[in-house]
Write a protein that binds this ligand. Structure first.
Ligand code: SAM
Length: 256
C-alpha cells in the first residue's frame, strides 16, 4: 500500500466502517463505559471524570462516537473528530437516534484546525492514540488544551506488539520484535487481518515525549483481559491477555 499513514488509515477505516456498526450500536446503549478490546469495566479505570458539567471535551479519532456520547451524558460540551467520513456517518446516525448534541468533525487529529486552548479534557481510545504519530498528535492535543486541562488515552501495550508475529498472527508468549527503537507497526501487508499503520513507543520513549511537550503523568494503567474472557480478539488470545498487559492507559495533565 502506498501513501502516508493518514491517507492509508483513512481509506482502511472508510472500507472497514460497516463492520463496526453493530459494535457501535451496543456501545452507545451501555449505561457505564467499557474500555478496550476486552470491554473492561470502567471500575477502577475511570478514564472519564465522574461529572463533566461545563467541561469542553474533545475526542481525537472518535470512530463511531460512543466515547463522545459517554462524555455528553456526563454533561460535557463535546467535539469529536475523525478522518473517516464513513465512521462519522455511523456516529452521526447514532447521535440522532440518541438525541445527542455532539459536534462531529471530519478531519485529521494530528492537525485539527481547531482553536488553541479550547478544551478542558481530551481523550482517545484506539483513535489518535494508535493511528497518529505520537509526537504530532500529542503536540496537537497540548495545543488544544487549556492550562489545567487533561488528556487520557488508551492504546496497545508495547508488550502486545512485541509478542505479535510479523505476519499478524495472534500474539504469542514469545518476543517476535525488538523493543528498542519501537515506533509501531505497518499492518497493511500482513497475512492475518491486514489493517493500517499504527504507532507506539517504548515506555521511556513515551515518558521522554511527554516531558518534552510539558505533559505531567498523573496515572498509568495496564489492562488485562477479564478472568472470564475467552477466544481471541484483535489477534490477541484471551489466555495471553490474562497474563500480559494488552493495553495501556496514560492520564496526563497540562499544568495550569
Ligand atoms: C478503532 S476506531 C477508535 C474510535 C472509537 N473508540 C471506536 O471504537 O469507534 C479508530 C478510529 O481512528 C480514526 N483515525 C485514524 N487515523 C486518524 C487521524 N489521523 N485523525 C483522526 N482520526 C483517525 C479512524 O478513522 C477510526 O474511526
Amino acid at each position: 500500500m502506498t501513501g502516508d499513514h493518514v491517507s492509508i488509515n483513512k481509506d482502511i477505516w472508510n472500507t472497514d466502517a460497516p463492520n463496526w456498526a453493530k459494535f457501535a450500536h451496543r456501545q452507545w446503549t451501555l449505561d457505564t463505559p467499557e474500555w478496550g478490546t476486552w470491554n473492561n469495566s470502567d471500575d477502577g479505570i475511570n478514564m472519564l471524570p465522574a461529572t463533566m458539567t461545563d467541561v469542553d471535551a474533545i475526542e481525537l479519532g472518535c470512530g463511531t462516537g460512543y466515547v463522545a456520547y459517554w462524555m455528553y451524558r456526563r454533561g460535557a460540551r463535546v467535539t469529536a473528530i475523525d478522518i473517516s467520513a464513513e465512521q462519522l456517518a455511523t456516529a452521526r446516525k447514532l447521535a440522532t437516534q440518541h438525541s445527542a448534541d455532539i459536534t462531529f468533525i471530519e478531519g485529521n487529529a494530528e492537525a485539527t484546525g481547531l482553536p488553541d486552548a479550547a478544551f478542558d479534557f481530551a481523550i482517545s481510545e484506539y483513535g489518535a492514540s494508535i493511528w497518529c504519530k505520537p509526537e504530532t498528535w500529542l503536540r496537537e492535543a497540548w495545543r488544544l488544551l487549556r492550562p489545567g486541562g487533561r488528556l487520557v488515552f488508551l492504546g496497545n501495550h508495547p508488550l502486545s506488539l512485541i509478542c505479535s508475529p510479523l505476519n499478524g498472527a495472534p500474539a504469542e508468549r514469545v518476543l517476535h520484535r525488538p523493543y528498542k527503537d519501537m515506533w509501531g507497526a505497518d499492518w497493511t501487508e500482513v497475512e492475518f487481518e491486514p489493517t493500517g499503520v499504527c504507532f507506539n513507543l517504548t515506555m521511556a520513549g513515551w515518558m521522554d515525549l511527554f516531558a518534552q511537550i510539558g505533559f505531567v503523568v498523573t496515572r498509568y494503567q495496564e489492562l488485562y483481559a477479564p478472568n472470564d474472557a475467552t477466544g481471541t480478539r484483535d489477534e490477541v488470545p484471551a489466555d495471553w491477555a490474562k497474563d500480559y498487559p494488552v493495553e495501556q492507559v496514560w492520564h496526563l495533565a497540562k499544568p495550569g
